[in-house]
Write a protein that binds this ligand. Sequence first.
Ligand SMILES: Nc1ncnc2c1ncn2[C@@H]1O[C@H](COP(=O)(O)OP(=O)(O)OP(=O)(O)O)[C@@H](O)[C@H]1O
Ligand SMILES: C[C@@](O)(CCO)CC(=O)[O-]
Ligand SMILES: [Mg+2]
Length: 402
Amino acid sequence: MPLPILTSAPGKVILFGEHAAVYGEPAIAAAVSSLRTYLLVSNANDPNIIQLDFLDIKLTHQWECNDFSTIPTIQPSTKELDSTLLKSIDPLLSSFKSNPLHHQAALTFLYLFFSLIPNLKGLKFSVRSTLPVGAGLGSSASICVSLSTALLHLAKLISIPLNKAQLKLINDWAFIGEKCMHGNPSGIDNTVATYGNSILLNSQSHEIIDIDLPILLTYTKIPRSTKQLVSNVRHMYNSHHAIVSKILSSIGHITLESKDLLLADASDIDSLGELININQHLLQSINVSHPMIEKIIKLTNQFQIGYTKLTGAGGGGCTLTLLKKDVDRKDVDRFINILKKDYNFDVFETNLGGFGTGVLELDNKNKELDDRVKQCFEIKSLASREQLDQILLPLCNNTTLN
Ligand SMILES: Nc1ncnc2c1ncn2[C@@H]1O[C@H](COP(=O)(O)OP(=O)(O)OP(=O)(O)O)[C@@H](O)[C@H]1O
Ligand SMILES: C[C@@](O)(CCO)CC(=O)[O-]
Ligand SMILES: [Mg+2]
């Protein structure tokens, strides 16, 4: 297998249906193709180690392959997590117990590694992302899809160009990765990271829908954990089942109504905006909003520029703002300026949709490109987001990365 290989997958926004999706309700998500995770798999310096350079979370670690002798040979399955494998991985995670980000990432990596290429050695897995980590933009799913694509390619279970069956295999294994990440995912994040575009997920089947909406993304930089937020809703669901299941079902109805609107007349921004407001209020009622999310909503209404809701698991992280059709650009700029200057939030203006996952074999034919790509994963001189966008993003389209 020629190395290095580069894989990549986009982040996402959930337009409607977060949290309800975990209970089988429909949800709509769109890829944010310009915000991506990149994974470079190359030869490690030592043929008997497996090395991680997950530079965005400052996780650099290597395992001696001799330490893998206690890992059982399992029948890999994408149906559910294998508890025997999970238990046998635990001793390899002892150095990450005090850091949940590291523990989640290393557990997910090892689970997918031992499921797909348990006997390969001497590999280095380097990750860089232009997605804010843990922000609600699907960073965990994008790394799961990038890993699943690379490991399936190394296992020779997929080949480029990727066909429908192979994308499904990638998505199925990425869903297993998301289960390692936060226990009880719906699958919407990994599905949109795999296929790109915008998707409606409805009880485990998905359809691609075309969405082109003027959206602002605001990142509050307030850290939160999807695993914890999903677990909190589960607790509320168990304690107040009748009420919470009605709330989640109402969110599902909003998703379906928004789909009809998007297909009928996506220019009816105000009707979509009303659904965004109702969805946000229902999310507040299951306690996944945050005072800073409410602040952004207040400012949205004060400047009358559009409609804002949290996106992803909430609890901080990100909001999305659907801009009104005839909005005055000066009002939008004033809104953005206050968010950046007074609250130190990041604001992204980006298109929705775009490309999902793919593989690029750096075949050493183009040494200049190969060297520029490898520089993006150097520990010493950490490449900036702009450099990643300049060098790696152009490689992530259907003609190059596929
Ligand atoms: N660039 C990255 N490098 C290494 N690990 C990452 C990276 N991005 C995400 N992760 C892993 O994913 C975890 C964050 O996942 P989490 O689901 O909480 O946030 P998110 O996916 O950004 O939000 P949401 O699921 O609401 O969209 C981190 O703890 C880390 O383990
Ligand atoms: C909160 C949630 O609905 C979306 C997280 O981006 C969890 C999930 O669907 O897996
Ligand atoms: Mg996640």
